[in-house]
Design a binder for this molecule. Sequence first.
Ligand SMILES: Cc1cc2nc3c(=O)[nH]c(=O)nc-3n(C[C@H](O)[C@H](O)[C@H](O)COP(=O)(O)O)c2cc1C
Length: 365
Amino acid sequence: MGRIFRWFSRPLLAVQDSEKAHARSLLLLRLFSSNPFSRSLLRFLYKPKRNLNIQCFGMEYNHPFGLAAGMDKRAEALRGWESIGLAFSEIGGVTMLEQTGNPKPRMFRNGRDRALVNRMGFNNPGSEKVAIRLNQVGKQTIPVWANLGKSKVTALSDAKDDYSTSLERLWPYIDLFVVNVSSPNTPGLRELQHGDHLKEILDACILKNEACAKQHNGKTKPLLIKVAPDLTTSELELIIDTAITCKIDGIVATNTTLERPNETDKIYQEQGGCSGSPLKSQSTAMIHHIYSYTNGKLPIVGVGGIMNSDDAWEKITAGATLLQAYAGFVFEGPSLSKSIVNGLHRKLQQSEFDTIADAVGSAHQ
Ligand SMILES: Cc1cc2nc3c(=O)[nH]c(=O)nc-3n(C[C@H](O)[C@H](O)[C@H](O)COP(=O)(O)O)c2cc1C
């Protein structure tokens, strides 16, 4: 099936505007996963047959590979992600207020480098509408995470209310929250990664999380922070220190980068964050650093340039327990999860490890 995507669908998508191609693919997945017959067909074609069970954040995952934020901002195709074999999905970024994002065009592709540049700017319907949507679609069979961003009009000093309001609205429907202070496309957002801002936001989210748990007679949901790959080592270490002080459950590494592999291609002259293959080693280096700085005590979700099982294994051995991709789905299509999970299974058999959990961080031994 991967070949069919490479020969037919990829060339067709490549001649379309990136954002339109994205919207059409999402619509197709939504339609295909909306009835039991076509869902079974998707599962038959794309769902990995192997289980690589792994426990993380108090939940059981069938394997370590899930959907990165940004692909399904409105929670449109939730059933589709499970049907094509992902172990979890992350919806959003969702902000407190509905917003249209930056002017179009704002998403660009370079097929040769398998790179994307985007400056979407958190286009999303806002957390109130997303909560209604999640209520309508009901409980999913795989964990659903939410990526929380800040509304553009909210001042940095009020960011804590923006994040914690979205958390409260989405709480009943979401299994885990990612506080995203690392998107490069909302002015000033990355400043929230530093100093008092970050602690204020995390404290507000923790308080709201506890209040929601009490109100719903449940347990608090895991809370993660997503970091930028462009941080200096000392900036990253300060964020990790804050995360540990606030008892945050884990780190997502990384968001898109402001760096460019070269200046020759015109998409690299576009403003925004770059992802896909050019980001791979930068994000893996951050995973290595977080793992060694925390002695492997803080679970890491590895994302950035995962296109195949070699890339996935590299991130796991660097220290990531779970993995995500965005660009990989754009360039490799829906068979990505199957090829990654089957490849990881083979790598495990060839290694000295019995489980994926045993392999996490093994490059540090
Ligand atoms: C078009 C687009 C939109 C994105 N939107 C978000 C977002 O809303 N929140 C977020 O945390 N990351 C967002 N990301 C970043 C991805 O989740 C991921 O961290 C990044 O693309 C690196 O992974 P990849 O190389 O597999 O694409 C977006 C990426 C792209 C390409």
